[in-house]
Design a protein around this ligand. Structure first.
Ligand SMILES: [Zn+2]
Length: 193
């Protein structure tokens, strides 16, 4: 194998823009580059609040402290224990559910911070990449909606989309990582390449 092929092959295995999301059991690798907290815009914060309000297993009185913990996790570039540990202190919270909530809130926020980051860099388009892990919150007991989402995300693999808008899937505009249980990522399309 020539050096060029080796380099290209290595590059294909570890795309720079693809965070590790394939394994549900491990936390994503900590980013090596310091996360720019200014990417956590008003839109990200409003969305986070809304997502937490929709979680029926977080008591109303705890929502403020969970919001603060989730925000700290996001502003630290995805330091999951910052949210996971406080979640575990809530009454009746299982480790698996705490993990689900942590991933849900982080991936949803990351979809927006990544969108913001790319738009600031002048990148307008990306390609949707299905992570070969089911886009299902609880793969052991998928609902019809889960299966529908997963099939649609598999079909979206390789589709180019406008970063500002996202991709229309099952009638809704979305971004990789926004759907509950979605493990999809995307690759920036660099103009001129
Ligand atoms: Zn997905």
């Amino acid at each position: 194998m020539s050096w060029l092929r080796r380099v290209l092959k290595l590059d294909a295995q570890q795309p720079e823009t693809t965070p590790q999301r394939a394994s549900d059991k491990k936390w994503p690798q900590m980013p090596t580059v310091k996360f720019d907290a200014s990417l956590v815009t008003k839109k990200v914060k409003a969305d986070l609040r809304e997502n937490i309000d929709q979680l029926e297993d977080i008591p109303k009185k705890d929502r403020r402290s969970i919001y603060d913990a989730a925000l700290s996790m996001i502003e630290a570039g995805g330091n999951m224990p910052l949210l996971y540990n406080p979640l575990l202190k809530l009454a009746g919270m299982s480790t698996s559910r705490a993990g689900e909530i942590t991933r849900l809130l982080l991936f949803r926020a990351k979809a927006f911070t990544e969108q913001e980051s790319r738009m600031r860099l002048g990148i307008t388009h990306a390609v949707w990449m299905y992570a070969n892990a089911p886009c299902i919150m609880n793969p052991g007991a998928p609902t019809d909606a889960d299966l529908k989402q997963d099939a649609a995300h598999q079909a979206a693999n390789g589709k180019k989309f406008e970063i500002a808008k996202g991709l229309k899937i099952n009638g809704e505009w979305t971004l990789p990582g926004r759907g509950a249980g979605c493990k999809c990522v995307s690759r920036s399309v660099i103009p001129g390449l």
